[in-house]
Design a protein around this ligand. Structure first.
Ligand SMILES: *[C@@H]1O[C@H](CO)[C@@H](O)[C@H](O)[C@H]1NC(C)=O
Ligand SMILES: *[C@@H]1O[C@H](CO)[C@@H](O)[C@H](O)[C@H]1NC(C)=O
Ligand SMILES: *[C@@H]1O[C@H](CO)[C@@H](O)[C@H](O)[C@H]1NC(C)=O
Ligand SMILES: *[C@@H]1O[C@H](CO)[C@@H](O)[C@H](O)[C@H]1NC(C)=O
Ligand SMILES: *[C@@H]1O[C@H](CO)[C@@H](O)[C@H](O)[C@H]1NC(C)=O
Ligand SMILES: *[C@@H]1O[C@H](CO)[C@@H](O)[C@H](O)[C@H]1NC(C)=O
Length: 479
């Protein structure tokens, strides 16, 4: 154990020493630096490797922070989103650059300038949609490129003209569209003896889904057949019920497969354009990351006339596709039942403002000591009330709810009991004792329940003795 500790300390010291000697300027949190010495033609060379993986980096740091003898730089699993012009200038010995699992969406022209010795570049699992040959200037010595796991669906012709030594290329993507726009790549790869790596399957069109790009023949890469959009969505997509005067933005987004893709809005089948008096504003289309196009439609001060079906239509050289949603505009004067407070023998219920034709529900009020009738069924008990088509409160039902008054609640329970010859006497005595204070009779239901119980008790009247009915009923106002 002691020996192991000592070994660790020594190993740590050695690493620090070698690090400080090879990377004197490396002061970036989360980076590790290692170096190897090589004898080459009786001359000592240092090969420095820098690993800054999972270091929460938002940006590539100044290349001058690294020793110019760095041969390997790993910046994977960070939060880098942009590669600026000359991001790595000065690292003229760099052979491997790993930028996988970042958030890179933009690579400026000349980003890799000065990396003449670079042989392996990993840009996989980023958000790259726009690609141009200028991004890859100076990478004449690159032999392996991984572009997999990005958001492009195609690669522009001539993209790899700066690569003179490329041997292997990976470019799988969830939306890779294997059509005539990728024919050039097959020809170029063949002419330049570039191997398309295994693990680069087509995603679209459906009949080529899952097939390796490398195994395709030129004639399979066609631009015929129906338009298939990897992405096409309308927000909101569900029917919207709005009040007159409201504002509602609608957003349509689709894959930007090629320059012929256009988005148009229509209302009940007729194309719409901006019309300020009607509160219709159709925004310009915006292309994001060269692979998605969005067009927004903003409806403001909505009038009844804007009810109906709103459609986003994608047109392209290969065909059209559309998606619709419905808007229902209600008059602000649409009939509704006013909010109302109802107090009855089940408690106090506050009914909210409710649209005509709608059944409103409220949960039953909880009462202390009230035992649920069916404890095994935990279903929430509710009262309901209908608002009719004219906006007047109509039928209502509180039967699921318990009586608010404890006296009524107990009488209700009495009334639910089975009365037979055995228990009639006892029940009669209990009822008599319970009801002997007239002041407690507060609800007409109390009288109804007592009458109901009495009727059933009277069937056993010959057995009921010595029960003195002292109760004097109050006269009940009939409502
Ligand atoms: C690398 O840096 C050292 C000094 O740190 C310098 O002497 C040398 O010329 C540099 N080499 C290159 C290729 O820039
Ligand atoms: C990139 O930077 C270099 C030198 O800093 C400059 O000469 C070149 O014009 C820049 N390129 C672009 C496209 O900005
Ligand atoms: C390019 O790679 C070859 C070996 O594949 C190497 O000899 C040459 O020095 C490299 N070029 C640069 C500029 O590093
Ligand atoms: C390329 O990147 C993808 C995604 O990170 C990965 O699955 C694949 O193994 C990589 N290919 C190579 C040869 O490194
Ligand atoms: C696509 O829509 C455009 C514009 O509405 C129309 O001119 C064209 O004929 C449509 N194409 C197909 C194949 O439906
Ligand atoms: C009367 O009802 C009670 C309670 O329901 C029961 O326990 C009793 O057995 C019944 N007696 C007769 C005679 O049915």
């Amino acid at each position: 154990m002691k020996l192991l500790n000592l070994f660790c300390v020594i190993a740590g010291l050695w690493r620090m020493l070698s690090a400080s000697r090879s990377c004197p300027d490396l002061v970036i949190d989360g980076c590790r630096c290692t170096s190897e010495r090589h004898m080459e033609l009786s001359r000592q060379t240092v090969r420095v490797k820098v690993v800054c993986s999972g270091a929460e980096l938002m940006d590539t740091f100044q290349p001058s922070f690294l020793p110019n003898t760095t041969v390997s730089l790993v910046l994977s699993h960070n939060k880098i989103s942009l590669l600026k012009n000359c991001s790595f200038l000065g690292l003229s010995y760099l052979e491997r650059l790993d930028l996988k699992n970042n958030l890179i969406s933009t690579i400026k022209p000349g980003a890799f300038r000065g990396l003449a010795a670079l042989r392996r570049l990993d840009l996989s699992n980023n958000r790259i949609g726009c690609l141009s040959p200028e991004m890859f200037e100076d990478l004449a010595n690159l032999s392996k490129l991984n572009l997999s796991g990005n958001i492009f669906s195609s690669l522009p012709e001539g993209l790899f003209t700066h690569f003179l030594s490329l041997q292997v290329l990976y470019f799988s993507s969830e939306s890779l569209y294997c059509d005539c726009h990728l024919q050039w790549l097959l020809l170029w790869a063949r002419a330049n003896a570039v191997r398309i790596g295994n693990g680069t399957p087509c995603a679209y069109p459906t009949h080529l889904h899952g097939l390796e790009f490398r195994s395709l023949r030129e004639h399979q890469l066609k631009c015929v057949g129906p338009l298939e959009l990897p992405l096409f969505q309308l927000i909101p997509s569900q029917r919207q019920v709005v009040f007159r005067g409201d504002r509602l933005p609608l957003q349509c987004t689709a894959s930007y497969l090629d320059e012929s893709v256009r988005l148009q809005w229509s209302h009940n089948g007729r194309p719409v354009s901006t019309h300020e008096q009607s509160g219709i504003l159709v925004e310009e289309s915006i292309v994001h990351d060269c692979c998605q196009v969005t067009r927004e439609l903003i409806l403001s001060n909505i009038d009844i006339g804007l009810s109906g079906h709103w459609t986003c239509l994608v047109t392209s050289s290969r065909g059209n596709s559309s998606q619709s949603m419905e808007i229902v505009v209600l008059e602000t004067s649409a009939p509704y039942c006013p909010a109302e407070r109802v107090t009855n023998n089940k408690g106090e219920y506050r009914w909210p403002r409710t649209l005509a034709g709608i059944l409103a529900f409220l949960p039953c009020l909880p009462h202390p000591f009230s035992t649920p009738q069916h404890p095994s069924v935990p279903r929430e008990k509710k009262a309901w009330r209908r608002c009719d088509r004219m906006g007047r409160w109509a039928e209502e039902d509180y039967t699921q709810c318990a009586y608010a008054n404890e006296f009524t609640r107990v009488l209700y329970q009495f009334s639910q009991m089975v009365i037979n010859a055995t228990n009639a006497q006892v029940l009669a005595q209990q009822l008599s004792a319970f009801t002997n204070r007239a002041a407690l009779f507060d609800d007409k239901m109390d009288v109804i329940f007592v009458t109901h119980i009495m009727e059933r008790l009277l069937r056993f009247v010959d057995r009921i003795q010595d029960v003195c009915w002292e109760t004097t009923y109050r006269t009940w106002p009939v409502t």
